[in-house]
Design a protein around this ligand. Sequence first.
Ligand code: ZN
Length: 149
Amino acid sequence: MSDMLRELYQEVIIDHNRNPHNYRNMPEANYHADGYNPLCGDKVHLYLKVENEVIQDAAFQGEGCAISTASASIMTDLLRGKSIAQAKQLFEDFHDLVTDKQVADIEQLGKLAVLAGVKDYPVRVKCATLAWHTFLAALQNKSTPASTE
Ligand code: ZN
């Protein structure tokens, strides 16, 4: 990755961390879950409103490092309007990206691509994927906290 691209990506992450999108409570959520990344101390609570297999709304609360907060912020933006199947595919592609596998369609990932830099830091991969693991846990409506382990 070029230095310029890396700087641009860092700016997007800092921006999402400073002003996280969809950071709010959602009383009307019909799916939710807690996520915790013990390696870094990141905590996220995810809210989803799902109707007919389509995600109508997504929001989160919690405390974490810049990477985990930016990831949750970008994820909740992207989830809105997606079907459950599309969202799961997006996570698979994103997971491939941050674990340095070939990604079939990087365009699909949109702003998630800014998190590509974490692949050089295995601990940071957990931060970047916490919100997504929590998303999968929420779909099961699990009441137990999701873990990145
Ligand atoms: Zn973290």
